[in-house]
Design a protein. Structure first.
Length: 535
């Protein structure tokens, strides 16, 4: 069996693993690559996926970094079944249309800009039509039900305890008379998370591909996290300002409503503080959650059985329309605003940050993982200013990073989950994590469990044979092409030298023209100073 990583290798986004086994070729997940412009380019490299030759897809869950490329693959010729759980199917029907809408708007915006520059227009990564064409391929499978896409393969989805309908994938493959069990963890949930159940324990596998998002960190406990949220609310309420919470529309938003419901019960959410859920997607997602109560954990079932609803609050206001969204920022006074995207680099949250980030007394509460390169990550890392809609915005609001609300297991929780393997140690591969975090987790696993651990790179191919050491082929030059800093810096030096030589010519220009040139040179100088402060 051969496994090739087309994403989430030494990084957290773009999950996609191509598997070749017993003469068949299929994939687990196909997520969007998210980060900076260079990472985004990977979304366009559809050739690498060879979609026409993928026979079927197994989807772990509805997060875009695991499923956001589905319409692209369909557009480029994928025609096979897409196996997923019923909640994942329902969530994806709203999320992929939303994602397609974002792709279309972005392409329109870029095309307008390109037309002004006399350049050709660009197509969206995929359209709403491509998303619609994806849905008929959905084939729903419930947790714990084994199915066989082809005779030598059995697949079982297990509850990953991450978001509604999220699954771990267990494969049993027979090849050349040998049978191997391969487990792909997908995203492993945090035990004791609100709403969803705890992740299923897996007790045996020959090969395990484990996520490692929080490989180097443990979460604060649930109570501490609620206390911190209450602190943010009290801080901004006292100062008549808003609490801004960037949150994914699906799962995270519902958990935040649930958390606010718990605070309200404790008298720690002032009744005069409206709570806005500013995301059209979140409204639809909440309805899907209500339909799948059987997926909720015992605590939630108990609250519901008592006739209460943890997904609602007296002061909760949904703002589906753009006009209502804008009105939030025109309204003075304290409020809680939950809006997407969760990493603050797209969607309505950008407007709320532009209106509030610079205000003393406001708070910004991060409750999810912030990937490298995103606006959210920059704020969490302590940036004094961030660029939003091409404008520098000062960070004066108080920033809270509460990872105790995470939908991912923390480091010790991952180690604990691994501790349930009963049989021989599985050959372990870490995926879906930043390299530093993965190395730390690998060291912990070796020390505590004595297991062999590999950390495959982007595009790496691993050959798995039962009872044999895996062989792997990496492509470092394609995974991270070298950047010729020597050339870039020498080129800059020569231009600066030329500018110096032409100082007299600059001084000979008219005064108004000189002031414009001065400002442009100062802008370059400022950029270089910023870069120097980062290295
Ligand atoms: Zn996820
Ligand atoms: Zn993920």
């Amino acid at each position: 069996m051969k496994v090739k990583l087309l994403g989430a290798a030494r990084t957290v986004t773009g999950s996609c693993t191509i598997v070749e086994a017993a003469g068949h070729r299929f994939a687990i997940d196909c997520g969007l690559h998210q980060g900076n412009a260079e990472i985004d380019k990977r979304n366009w490299e559809t050739d690498l996926y060879d979609p026409q030759r993928i026979e079927f897809l197994l989807m772990t869950h509805a997060h875009m970094d695991h499923s956001g490329l589905l319409p692209r693959l369909v557009k480029e010729g994928f025609k096979g079944p897409i196996y997923l759980t019923p909640p994942t199917a329902e969530l994806l029907k709203i999320m992929l249309l939303d994602s397609a809408h974002i792709q279309e708007s972005e392409a329109q915006w870029k095309s307008r800009k390109r037309r002004r520059h006399g350049e050709a227009e660009i197509d969206p990564l995929y359209t709403q039509k491509d998303a619609q064409d994806t849905f008929p391929l959905f084939s729903e499978v419930t947790y714990g039900t084994a199915f066989s896409p082809f005779p030598d393969l059995t697949v079982t989805f297990q509850d990953a305890g991450h978001i509604l309908g999220a699954a771990m994938v267990e494969l049993t493959v027979s090849e050349e008379g040998k049978t191997s069990r391969v487990v792909f963890s997908g995203d492993v949930g945090r035990p004791a998370q609100l709403l969803v159940k705890d992740p299923t324990w897996i007790t045996a596998a020959d090969f395990l591909f484990l996520e490692s998002t929080y490989g180097s960190r443990n979460h604060k406990d649930e109570k501490g996290s609620l206390d911190e949220l209450a602190e943010a609310i009290a801080y901004s309420h006292d100062r008549g300002q808003k609490v801004i919470i960037p949150a994914f529309a699906v799962e995270r938003t519902q958990e935040m409503i649930y958390s606010l419901y718990l605070l309200a019960k404790d008298g720690r959410l002032p009744p005069d503080m409206p709570v806005y859920v500013d995301s059209p997607l979140a409204i639809k997602a909440t309805e899907i959650f209500r339909k799948h109560r059987d997926y909720f954990d015992r605590d939630t079932q108990r609250i519901l059985a008592n006739g209460e609803d943890p997904l609602t609050l007296p002061q909760l206001r949904y703002t589906p329309s753009t006009r209502e969204s804008i009105e939030i920022n025109e309204t003075e006074g304290p409020a809680v605003v939950i809006s997407a995207s969760g990493m603050a680099d797209a969607g309505r949250i950008k407007h709320h940050l532009r209106h509030n980030l610079w205000r003393e007394g406001a708070s910004v509460v991060f409750v999810g993982f912030q990937a490298q390169g995103t606006t959210g990550r920059k704020i969490v890392d302590g940036a004094e200013k961030v660029r939003i809609f091409n404008e520098e915005v000062a960070v004066k609001a108080r920033v809270f990073t509460i990872n105790g609300f995470s939908a991912h297991a923390g480091r010790d929780q991952l180690l604990d989950w691994l501790g349930h393997f009963k049989a021989a140690a599985p050959r372990l591969f870490l995926v879906h994590g930043e390299y530093g975090a993965q190395q730390e987790l690998a060291a912990q696993i070796k020390q505590r469990l004595g297991w062999e651990v590999s950390i495959p790179d982007y595009l790496e191919e691993v050959t798995l044979v039962a009872d044999r050491e895996p062989a792997s082929v990496a492509y470092p030059e394609k995974a991270a092409p070298g950047i010729d800093w020597g050339f870039i810096i020498a080129d800059m030096e020569s231009r600066f030298a030329q500018l110096k030589e032409r100082q007299k010519a600059v001084e000979a220009k008219g005064w108004v023209e000189q002031t414009e040139l001065r400002d442009r040179v100062l802008e370059v100088n400022r950029t270089i100073a910023e870069i120097l402060s980062e290295v």
